[in-house]
Design a protein. Structure first.
Length: 231
């Protein structure tokens, strides 16, 4: 079961001609939006993004907090906060081989049960297993692989986990969906291989550590202050 503090922080994002996913984290009493850099790599302070709300796209001006120089992670802020229950942004406790979940809006799919999520659409949720972690290459940021099936539109979505040995269902957000590794295969028609290649989904999902986003925020802690009362 995915808890409300994860669902209510996950949003359907539109920027230029791309739609994807973003989510919020809170740090030092300020709120920030996290997504994949390849979705908004031309975004600057004063740009507009769109969030899907109450059955339509709403344009909102944003402040750029930063684009990562070595990972597929970007951070921005609105000029107001969207209150939500706390969700720790940390990878501590994520274990090799454990189950994780990721949320988003693949192919623009979403549930219109807005009454369950303050008139925001409900994201789709998928499950995977942590396959490998790569945290020592300074040129590529901190990332990890998930054994699962990603689809276009999940980019920028949160990867959440519940620490093993904790009998309470308390999620942490440990990563950001970037994409998936693909393999090139030749098209076949009537048993004959054509000189046409296409990309196949290998089932290896690429996700970047939430620590990449936190590093961006610490360099420019210009998020919006969170109201004292959290709904």
């Amino acid at each position: 079961m995915i808890t409300a503090n994860v669902i209510s922080r996950t949003f359907h994002l539109k920027f230029a001609d791309s739609t994807a996913t973003c989510f919020t984290i809170d740090l030092d009493n300020k709120q920030y939006f996290i997504t994949a850099k390849h979705v908004i790599n031309s975004l600057r302070t004063g740009s507009e993004i769109e969030l899907y709300y109450n059955g339509r796209w709403e344009k909102l001006p944003v402040s750029l907090i930063g684009h990562s120089s070595n990972s597929d992670v970007s951070v921005f802020a609105l000029d107001f906060a969207l209150p939500a229950h706390p969700l720790p942004a940390i990878m501590d406790g994520m274990a090799y081989g454990q189950d994780v979940y990721f949320l988003g809006f693949p192919y623009g799919l979403k549930s219109e049960m807005g009454h369950l999520n303050r008139d925001f659409p409900m994201p789709l949720v998928k499950k995977g297993i942590v396959s490998a972690m790569f945290f020592n290459n300074a040129n590529e940021g901190k990332f990890f692989y998930i054994d699962g099936h990603n689809n276009p539109g999940f980019s920028g979505g949160p990867v959440v986990f519940s620490q093993l040995g904790n009998h309470r269902l308390e999620y942490k957000v440990g990563g950001i969906i970037s994409g998936y590794r693909y393999d090139l295969e030749n098209a076949v028609v009537g048993g004959q291989k054509l000189d046409i290649q296409y990309k196949t989904n290998t089932g290896i999902i690429i996700a970047y550590s939430i620590e990449n986003a936190i590093e961006i925020i610490k360099k420019n802690p210009a998020g919006v202050t969170i109201p004292q009362i959290v709904l």
